[in-house]
Design a protein around this ligand. Structure first.
Ligand SMILES: [Zn+2]
Length: 271
């Protein structure tokens, strides 16, 4: 059977895994309906691991970047290392291993790096993405709209913009989602859409047209129902797709096909 799902945001590179656990995880992904996954970096070591994962597994691609929590580690040397990784890393067939800069953005909920440092690291990495012609995967938590304002200011979001911005684990309202897709953003739905009482994300999934949606796990975090409580992993992205299918009243196969095509187009994957 042809595999159908694209997990646009996962952390196979997580330092929670031993080498053995990572191999076992990869075997479970290969036995699932997951056709593609993007392994997302949060710091420099995880960026290097993501590139290794992409080079070793045909279905895996990497995003490299420094998470807002670690914004203080974005030195000139680190930025240069990210540039080199993104520019030079190839898969065995010659295809680029790095398909996005991420995850980058602002997190004023946990405030693990000073806000000014977060803003500066975010802008520098947006500029790196523009320079390399890569899209960005955005982490936005409690920034009161500032993340989107910076993306507008840097020219990535505007009416009629090409789709270069993926809003990972979107947690805003349906009204905001509709406004952002009008500016060229792609909305990514994660496990919380399956949680009871999460009416907000349910409305986003109902109202955003399928052409503007992709799906993700953010594994090992945000495990969807019915597995909430255990560590998340890419194969569970199926439950996100099934929930969206139920909410939109369309077949699962249609959600799988459309979100996979949207993601391939966004990341520039043609295989
Ligand atoms: Zn993440």
């Amino acid at each position: 059977m042809t595999k159908r799902l694209f997990d646009t945001h996962t952390h196979i590179n997580s330092d929670d895994y031993t080498g053995e656990q990572r191999s076992a995880l990869i075997a479970r992904i290969e036995a699932s309906d997951v056709a593609y996954a993007v392994d997302i970096a949060f710091d420099l070591p995880s960026a290097r691991q993501a590139v290794r994962d992409a080079q070793e597994n045909p279905w895996c691609y990497a995003a490299v970047g420094i998470h807002p929590h670690d914004a203080e580690t974005l030195t000139d040397e680190a930025l240069e290392a990210l540039r080199k990784l993104a520019w030079e890393s190839k898969k065995p067939g010659g295809e680029n291993a790095v398909v996005a800069i991420g995850e980058i953005g602002l997190d004023f909920y946990r405030d693990l790096s000073p806000r000014d440092v977060q803003r500066e690291a975010f802008r520098r990495q947006i500029r790196l993405a523009k320079e390399l012609g890569l899209p960005v995967t955005i982490h936005d938590r409690d920034s009161a709209g500032e993340t989107v304002e910076i993306l507008k200011d840097e020219g990535l979001l505007h009416p009629g913009a090409a789709q270069r911005v993926l809003l990972h684990c979107f947690s805003g309202s349906a009204e905001q989602a509709l406004e952002y897709i009008g500016l060229g953003a792609l909305i990514s739905i994660a496990g919380p859409v399956t949680y009871k009482n999460n009416k907000k994300t349910v409305r986003v999934a109902e109202q955003v047209p399928i052409e503007h949606l992709v799906i993700e796990t953010d594994a090992p975090y945000l495990t969807p129902e019915p597995f909430r409580g255990r560590p998340n992993e890419s194969p569970y992205v199926e439950y996100v797709a099934r929930k969206i299918a139920e909410l939109k009243g369309v077949p699962y196969e249609e959600v799988a096909r459309a979100t996979c095509e949207n993601a391939k187009r966004f990341f520039g994957i043609s295989t």
